[in-house]
Write a protein that binds this ligand. Structure first.
Ligand code: ATP
Length: 270
């Protein structure tokens, strides 16, 4: 992102009228942008706090997994989202973040963007972005969540991601040099802000259609795995609260967002 000052100016220009609603903390390096916000949560000043890192030394995925990034080739950032007091636990939040990333990518010209429940963004079946939502305990404060997003922008040829079949980046998806990372960031932040407002006002039900349109495994056979259980069925979309709907021999089952992973079954290439 060239110099920080230059990148920040570019970001502010791209965010336009919304620039005053964000506080951007741009770091050369940190362990994980999610950890920065969970370990030292900024006081609520009515604005959206964002931490961006040029380099993450310990990027995290769900369930203790790693998110890998490469200098100058990845975009990694987290934002802090506060809920109205008394709001229900926001189960659909990682799906909302997925729609925001998907829309931002589409606006940048990417075709074939798909969402894999609950938290991955794919392009023609290959993973381009990951999302990690972590809830902060209320403890008398406004409940909040940290939404971490990692986007592959222009990965080096030697980049290797273990345990992930297909990986892609913006350069490949666009088949052209990707836009500056500050522009990608601006585009995601603006979408996220817009969608989170809708989510707060009308719940996930208002965004369910936007998620389903991009469901990578719609009507395909999948397996849902947790540490102790597996469940197989046909992925038939998501419910009004973001739960996955699985058609099984025993009827339709709802799978809640939690410590479970979706895996395709043979014949279910996204
Ligand atoms: P789930 O389906 O449970 O979400 P997941 O494999 O997508 O499984 P996440 O926690 O969302 O898990 O993301 C972490 C995983 O993503 C890592 O285990 C790794 O396989 C993969 N990964 C890590 N870095 C990247 C990257 N830069 N691009 C694509 N995939 C990555």
């Amino acid at each position: 992102m060239r110099s920080h000052t230059e990148a920040r100016r570019e970001l502010e220009r791209a965010i336009g009228a919304l620039a005053d609603s964000f506080v951007i903390d741009w770091r050369v390096e940190c362990a994980s942008t999610n950890s920065v916000l969970t370990d030292a949560t900024p006081a609520d000043d009515g604005r959206v706090h964002v931490v961006v890192a040029e380099r993450q030394t310990a990027g995290r995925g769900r369930r203790g997994r790693q998110w890998l990034s490469w200098d100058g080739a990845s975009l990694t950032f987290s934002t802090l989202w506060r809920f109205a007091p008394g709001a229900p636990v926001p189960a659909g939040l990682s799906l909302v973040a997925g729609i925001a990333v998907a829309r931002a990518l589409e606006q940048l010209g990417v075709q074939g963007v798909q969402l894999k429940w609950p938290n991955d963004v794919l392009v023609h079946g290959d993973k381009l972005a990951g999302i990690l939502v972590e809830l902060l305990p209320g403890r008398g404060r406004t409940p909040a969540a940290v939404i971490g997003i990692g986007i592959n922008v222009d990965l080096p040829a030697h980049a290797e991601v273990p345990d992930q079949e297909g990986v892609t980046d913006l350069a490949r998806a666009l088949q052209a040099p990707p836009p500056a990372r500050s522009l990608v960031l601006a585009s995601v932040l603006v979408e996220l802000q817009r969608l989170l407002e809708t989510y707060a006002a009308a719940g996930f039900a208002a965004l369910r259609g936007a998620w389903q349109q991009r469901n990578a495994f719609a009507d395909l056979p999948v397996r849902i795995c947790s540490d102790t259980d597996t469940l197989e069925g046909i992925c038939s979309g998501v419910d009004d609260d973001g739960a996955l709907l699985l058609r099984t021999e025993a009827g339709t089952r709802r799978v809640l967002v939690g410590d479970v992973s979706l895996r395709p079954l043979p014949g279910a290439k996204a």
